[in-house]
Design a protein around this ligand. Sequence first.
Ligand code: UDP
Length: 252
Amino acid sequence: MNRKKINILNILFDYVTKGSLLQILTKRIEENKKTFLVTANPEIVMHAKADPEYLKIVNGADYVIADGIGVIIGSKIIGNPLPERIPGFDLMQDLLKIGNEKGWSAYFLGAKKEVIEKAILNIKDKYPNLKIVGYHDGYFDWNENKIPEEIKQAKPDMVFVALGFPRQEKFIAENIPQFEKGLFIGVGGSFDVIAGAVKRAPVIWQKLNLEWLYRLIKQPSRWRRMLALPAFIIRMFMMKFSNRKDYKKGTP
Ligand code: UDP
């Protein structure tokens, strides 16, 4: 099947809705296909612009989806609108729900020890049929092979990696060749939300696409990182206008 990709500052985003993505991922998990999925927001796009190694990792993933309203706005600015925003947190919740119904297995890596432990308790409570085959906090010796070895032995259907970007994608890309199967996703601060350590924006803020503002108010220390959003939007306009000039140049 031909897949439509939208190029946003050199990141190739999949043109896909959450519903059809879930169908695709379910099928791939049931067929024991290995999948690396990146949920990319403007911060990730801007980071990849400055880090060619990271750009290669992101574009090397099987799926890159638009997490963050900024990416959707950006796609509209350049006249190639993506169908919808797919928040990584929502995708993870849906996958856990399907996994619970189907009895899939899952491994969780990331966050502080007390956070991941609380998150696991909450996941066990909410998704009792999901097989949790292992978990580990996100503060480990990168050069030690203990965690990849655990994942390799357990062969989970899904592996959620919450180390923040770019670490989570780097961890997945570095280790995925040694795994036989499984869906691998970087999920940022999701375990903190599941553990109740960080609150997600109320639904109304989410609906108004103001989740970023809520996060900024709650965690003002993020302001420097969040400058990536206006920088990203400015870049998108620059891209739009330079394309227009190129177009004019090329028109007889
Ligand atoms: N984290 C981790 N190991 C590290 C650094 C961060 O497990 O070496 C965890 C951190 O505890 C948090 C998560 O990564 O749970 C996401 O952090 P952040 O909010 O910075 O990431 P983002 O959501 O912006 O990707």
